[in-house]
Design a binder for this molecule. Structure first.
Ligand code: EPU
Length: 340
């Protein structure tokens, strides 16, 4: 594994913001990663990165930056209706989803067109249109960045939550303690459509599809996402910038009585999830800009780089949005991407 010095990261983060990695290495071998971590991980803890699609860089990275770019995907075992597949962390997510569909495997179709690499899927417990990674993730292979030792996390050990997992915090509160190298998914040859999300059901209905296949669902998700969410290849963004806040039922009821049109959804533990996009739109931010940093005009949950915005400018905008939502609704919005 070798390092490049003062490496520009603008094309390595989907916000397209300028920042520099003092030392940058592409990790394409698990053995090399283990060796480097054993030799250097403790003295110089690395900064880990995948596809850079869930990252806001507000300054340069001084720690050695490791981009996990291990490639490949394979069927581990195929017995009856259940099939275990393994993808390397650096596989781009959407092509991997399409590959599973081509193998006749179901379970990831609702997660089509999400940017980023496979390795980020368990970190964020990526979710969309009623399905989360946690439901099909069997286990996650990692390397302890402080010791170089491999460790497999079972699904339960990943402690998945809404856009959350153990990998976001590390077991000892150390971020980037575990570098994800491979992810295993338990998929099925039998298709059970997951159409709880109203817009997805409507999309299929509009296409006159009454008995959808997994590929039909994937195509419908691609159509919705393409319509609603800006393409990072065209305009810099990191998808939803804030998590949908989850509040206690009595708080939600009181908000509903003051704001009857507020979208609310049932969440685990009798809590209520509130649509952050709606809160931001009501706070008057949809389509607004502070210089080159803006709130997307089609979806208020997405911050965009109109061209040349710095990470600091995007963060200033995010803070202004947070402050207004806090003032109007008494709700604290939490960023979804990693803000550095
Ligand atoms: N809304 C507004 N104004 C807006 C945007 C949304 O009022 O500008 C309202 C919508 O009308 C709707 C509600 O907010 O009633 C929810 O909007 P949407 O269905 O678009 O979903 P979301 O909650 O904004 C979440 C995920 C997305 C995922 C979609 C579909 C989070 C933070 N975001 O968005 O994930 O694709 O649901 O499942 O949970 C991502 O994480 O980057 C991401 C795009």
């Amino acid at each position: 594994m070798y390092f490049l010095r003062d490496f520009p990261l603008a094309s390595f983060n989907t916000f397209g913001v300028a920042a520099t990695a003092r030392q940058f290495a592409v990790v394409s071998s698990e053995q090399a990663l283990m060796r480097w971590c054993a030799d250097h991980g403790k003295s110089t803890p690395p900064f880990l990165m995948g596809g850079g699609s869930n990252l806001l860089l507000t300054h340069d990275i001084e720690a050695p930056l490791l981009q996990l770019a291990l490639r490949g995907a394979r069927v581990v075992f195929d017995e009856g209706p259940t099939v275990l597949v393994e993808a390397m962390a650096g596989e781009p997510w959407h092509p991997f989803v399409l590959w599973t569909l081509k193998q006749g495997l179901c379970g990831l179709e609702n997660l089509s067109l999400i940017p980023g690499f496979v390795g980020a899927a368990p970190v964020q417990n990526i979710g969309a249109y009623g399905v989360e990674t946690a439901e099909s993730c069997e286990s996650v292979m990692t390397v302890n960045t402080q010791t170089g030792e491999p460790r497999e996390f079972s699904n339960a050990e990943c402690t998945f939550g809404y856009r959350d997992s153990v990998f976001k915090h590390g077991l000892d509160g150390v971020r980037d303690q575990y570098a994800i190298t491979r992810v295993r998914f338990r998929l099925s040859r039998r298709f059970t459509p997951r159409l709880d999300y109203g817009e997805l059901k409507q999309e299929l209905k509009n296409a006159a599809i009454t008995a959808p296949s997994a590929a039909d669902v994937s195509r419908a998700v691609i159509a919705i996402r393409s319509r609603k969410l800006p393409d990072p290849a065209v305009i810099g963004n990191a998808g939803s910038f804030f998590k949908n806040p989850v509040v206690a039922a009595d708080v939600a009821a009181s908000l509903k009585s003051r704001f009857p049109t507020m979208p609310q959804y049932a969440a685990p533990d009798a809590q209520i999830k509130i649509a952050a996009g709606w809160l931001i739109e009501q706070a008057g931010w949809k389509g607004r800009r502070l210089g080159s940093a803006g709130v997307h005009s089609q979806h208020a949950l997405v911050l965009v780089n109109h061209g040349g915005a710095t990470g600091a400018a995007l963060w200033t905008l995010a803070r202004a949005v947070q402050a207004d939502v806090q003032q109007k609704f008494g709700i604290t919005l939490e960023p979804e991407p990693r803000v550095v």
